[in-house]
Ligand binder design. Structure first.
Ligand SMILES: [Zn+2]
Length: 444
């Protein structure tokens, strides 16, 4: 491969017109739906039951006639009939890699790849690394803390840019700081909460991330923080580095979408994923640009095609051309469907609460949300930590937080509990658990 002097990893692909992109999507959609029907027992059964057939696809919109699948479909078909299960469309001989989900919401689900799937997966990851400016002269530390997770092999995608790569994986933070100090890498990928904690830990050890380390770019994924301006800015300030949010799904790719330099949403690989947005309750398809649940159809993964997979993620897609010149749409992820709750007819996302908490000075930015019922209506309370050097009384802090939440979200929390710095047990090297739902009856 020659030297790539372009700002794009694959200029022809990334800047193609919507017409060209959609024509290719339609071609791939027809092929993959037929392939799924012919080779995956589940799809044959469910399409027949719904009275649809692959030849019904004449336009991209025709996908709406096909039934949804979700995480539950994966669990119920996994291991049925064969090791890989009924959603898989190739024999095990053709599968070269599987990852598994964290299982944080149930039985872990596997994601299989053929050699071609895997190659295209890593080409897509290289595209994201290139998009945020990773170049051959960079040193990259892959410090994602998810063993078995689909983000693990993304270090191979980073290598394809020509950067020098260090596979950190699950390292204790002391050891990781040693790597950062000794090898002076310029780019790191981790979770937003861990990026924050690692920076704080460095400071406590007398290492100033801005002066003693050489990190210029931080890639974050796995939690919403990277798309919350206040959280991203706080991490950028702490490290003196640029933060870019990546969005992955254990069911598809380590990163399916990534920010560009404009950080206005995340470009999604529309050549691999057909995006629909549906009403999270009814499943009704919404016009592009509306807020709703993302439904993804994988266009090119043959080991296990996902046809109309309900992601459980709420957001919206912008398909207008970005200032960076890329034409692939940008998704704005607002939160998990499970993390959305309704208080006084207002849809509240964990990310809204986080945006407020991270924007207030005098508190640490750690938080815990409790959702509960009182007098048969849904309420929420928020627990936060006041900083050691905060001169305000706990009452003043509570009032400030409560008013700020009311201003941004529209509904006040029932209570704000103020803890001392370090007393909230929410710091984690993995995904932090920040929502406790105590409702006895949870909406579907
Ligand atoms: Zn862009």
């Amino acid at each position: 491969m020659g030297i790539n002097n372009s700002k794009y990893w694959n200029e022809a692909l990334e800047t193609q017109s919507r017409d060209e992109l959609e024509a290719q999507q339609l071609k791939d959609l027809k092929e993959i739906v037929q392939f799924a029907y012919d080779n995956a027992p589940y799809y044959k059964r469910s399409f027949d039951a719904a009275g649809v057939k692959p030849s019904d696809i004449k336009t991209l919109k025709d996908i709406e006639k096909f039934p949804f699948i979700n995480k539950k479909t994966q669990r119920e078909t996994q291991g049925v009939g064969s090791f890989l299960g009924e959603l898989c469309a190739v024999p095990e001989d053709e599968v070269v890699f599987i990852s598994t989900s964290s299982g944080s919401t149930g039985v872990p689900t596997i994601s299989p790849f053929t050699a071609k799937d895997f190659d295209e997966f890593q080409d897509t990851e290289a595209r994201w690394f290139w998009q945020v400016g990773v170049r051959p002269q960079d040193r990259y530390v892959h410090a994602l803390n998810f063993s078995l997770y689909v983000g693990g092999p993304d270090v191979i995608g980073a290598q394809r840019t020509g950067a020098l790569c260090i596979w950190g994986g699950t390292l204790p933070s002391e050891r990781l700081l040693w790597v950062l100090k000794t090898y002076q890498p310029t780019v790191i990928w981790t979770s937003p909460s861990y990026a924050w904690q690692l920076g704080e830990k460095a400071l406590k050890q007398g290492i100033d991330p801005k002066k003693d380390l050489n990190i210029k770019k931080i890639i974050v994924a796995g939690e919403l923080g990277g798309s919350i301006d206040a959280t991203r800015h706080a991490i950028e300030e702490l490290w003196g580095a640029q933060v870019y949010d990546f969005y992955g799904l254990s069911d598809i790719f380590g990163a399916c979408a990534a920010m560009c330099e404009y950080k206005d949403g995340l470009h999604i690989a529309e050549n691999h994923i057909l995006v629909e947005t549906v009403d999270p309750q009814t499943g009704r398809v919404l016009p592009p640009g509306s807020k709703g649940e993302f439904v993804f159809t994988t266009l090119r993964k043959h080991a296990r095609p996902l046809i109309r997979f309900r992601t459980g993620d709420i957001g919206w897609i912008d398909t207008t051309k970005c200032k960076c010149g890329r034409t692939h749409g940008r998704i704005h992820v607002l939160g998990r469907k499970d993390d959305m709750f309704i208080v006084s007819a207002v849809n509240v996302f964990t990310s809204d609460v986080e945006a407020v908490i991270r924007g207030i000075s005098g508190i640490t930015g750690e938080y815990l949300i409790r959702i509960f019922e009182k007098d048969f209506t849904c309420k929420y309370s928020v627990e936060i930590e006041t900083k050691f050097d905060n001169k305000q009384s706990d009452e003043e802090v509570a009032t400030l937080v409560s008013n700020s939440l009311k201003a941004r979200i529209g509904v006040k929390p029932y209570t704000v509990v103020v803890h001392k710095d370090g007393d909230l047990n929410t710091r984690s090297e993995h995904k932090s658990k920040r929502v406790i739902d105590e409702r006895t009856q949870k909406p579907e």
